[in-house]
Design a protein around this ligand. Structure first.
Ligand code: SF4
Length: 455
């Protein structure tokens, strides 16, 4: 059972009698032991942040320190997917830690050649998004045929064609037993144990040291099954609440997350797997439902097939949700040459917020026009936000011009500032005597036209 902040405090250096000499030392990053205890109770801090907790207290605190949603790891040769271990309902409360894994369904009715082609396409698909490499996470091989040998052959074909983590999908323990040995190189996720097969599935999962999906029509049924499976020694579990519709899925996944985080209801403290194509009438609806589930609160999302047009927006949505909101995505400040600039090429100033940088860089690259992109350190904020916060002012821009050595690369003395900060022009002229300050467009998309007409 979860401990309250006060219970935890009584075990910390400041709360024990007599207090530890290091009580309230602030080394954990909090002003007092009590403040740290409150954060621990809210799952917003790690016990390891305090070096002075006694072993006895550590043992007692382990339940409070344990993540409310179990971390599940799927691995294959060279690839690993981790989901779970989340501690908040809303991203802005802290951050989401482990992105929902996106997997592609592989029915065992496909030929070995078709499976190899699909596996290669999934493996090779990569998106470069504001400096991050986005990719899919695995394959879910499903026993559609009802034939154990066909399933085994499909698993072998998938494994032979790629090193992606696998999910094996069948409720028939005999078919699962046939496919399991073919999933070499790492334990797959077995899907699924139900009220009628859980003992046989538990044995397979235990023998293979593999995580197991638990499938139930209600949260009560799921909780009952996870309790039985944990008692049988299978602790790495994933929930399939079988609520497939938009509304049903949202309600079930939200209730599971709330019960795990707010009520410390251990029986539902596991990641969730979803199959959006089972609740959607066409590919567009599947995409929307998958997006909803990535946002709230799936751990694994199995897509019906591989289509870059479907996968791209999901990967980008996921990347935006699972980055730390307290750490803006940044690029290194400095000078970036675009399209082989020379001494006559324009100098464009922007901030080091990744999305701002890539918006400008992409527009310029696709225009074919050469330029020097001068990126100021604005603590990862966009132009207007940084200006409003005093992180992108005339002094900062002048410092960037002076420190980056851009003057040695060019023959002119002109610099273009973003239109949103036109107000800085006068001040910047004072900071950079001898330089001509030009005001560019507000939007990156207008840069090529501006450079052709106004540079
Ligand atoms: S590190 Fe934090 S919790 Fe530990 S003794 Fe110091 S103030 Fe207290």
């Amino acid at each position: 059972m979860a401990l309250s902040g006060l219970d935890i405090y009584k075990l910390l250096p400041g709360g024990v009698k007599p207090p530890h000499p290091k009580a309230n030392c602030k080394e954990c990053g909090f002003p007092t032991c009590l403040a740290f205890a409150m954060k621990l109770a809210a799952k917003q801090a790690e016990l390891s942040q305090c070096k002075y907790v006694s072993d006895e207290a550590k043992a007692k605190l382990s339940a409070a320190a344990a993540p409310p949603i179990r971390l599940i790891t799927l691995s294959a040769d060279g690839r690993k997917v981790e989901v779970g271990n989340e501690v908040v309902l809303f991203r802005h409360e802290k951050t989401f830690y482990h992105p929902a894994a996106l997997l592609v369904r592989v029915p065992d009715t496909l030929s070995a050649g078709e499976i190899a082609t699909l596996a290669k396409a999934v493996t090779d698909y990569k998106v470069d998004y504001v400096g991050m490499a986005l990719h899919l996470d695995g394959l879910a091989v499903e026993a559609v045929s009802g034939d154990a040998s066909k399933f085994a052959a499909a698993v072998a074909a998938a494994r032979g064609a790629c090193n992606l983590p696998l999910v094996l999908v069948t409720e028939d323990p005999a078919i699962m037993a046939a496919g399991l040995p073919k999933a070499t190189g790492g334990a797959p996720l077995l899907c699924a144990a139900t009220a009628s097969n859980w003992e046989a599935m538990a044995k397979l999962a235990k023998d293979a040291k593999a995580p197991l999906v638990v499938r139930g029509a209600t949260l009560g049924e799921l909780a009952e099954l996870t309790e039985k499976l944990a008692a049988a020694g299978v602790e790495d579990l994933v929930l399939d609440p079988t609520a497939r519709s938009f509304n049903g899925s949202l309600v079930a996944l939200t209730e599971i997350r709330r019960l795990a985080l707010k009520k410390a209801f251990r029986q539902l403290g596991y990641p969730v797997i979803t199959f959006p194509y089972l609740g959607a009438s066409d590919p567009a609806m599947e995409e929307l439902l998958a997006g909803q589930q990535v946002a709230k609160y799936a751990g694994f999302v199995v897509l019906s097939g591989f289509d870059p047009a479907t996968v791209y927006p999901l990967l980008v949505l996921r990347a935006n949700l699972f980055t730390d909101p307290q750490k803006p995505i940044q690029v290194e400040p400095g000078v970036f040459p675009i399209n082989k600039p020379n001494a006559d090429s324009p100098v464009l100033v922007t901030t080091n917020f990744s999305i701002t940088y890539f918006a400008v860089a992409n527009e310029m690259e696709s225009s074919g026009l050469p330029a020097w992109l001068l990126v100021a350190d604005a603590e990862g904020m966009s132009v207007l936000t940084a200006w409003a916060a005093g992180k992108f002012d005339a002094e900062k821009i002048a410092k960037t011009v002076k420190n980056t050595g851009i003057a040695e690369k060019i023959s002119h003395r002109k610099v273009v500032i973003p239109g949103h900060v036109a107000v800085l022009m006068g001040e910047l002229e004072e900071e950079l005597p001898g330089w001509q300050i030009k005001v560019g467009p507000r939007e990156a998309v207008d840069l090529p036209r501006y450079l052709k007409t106004a540079w």
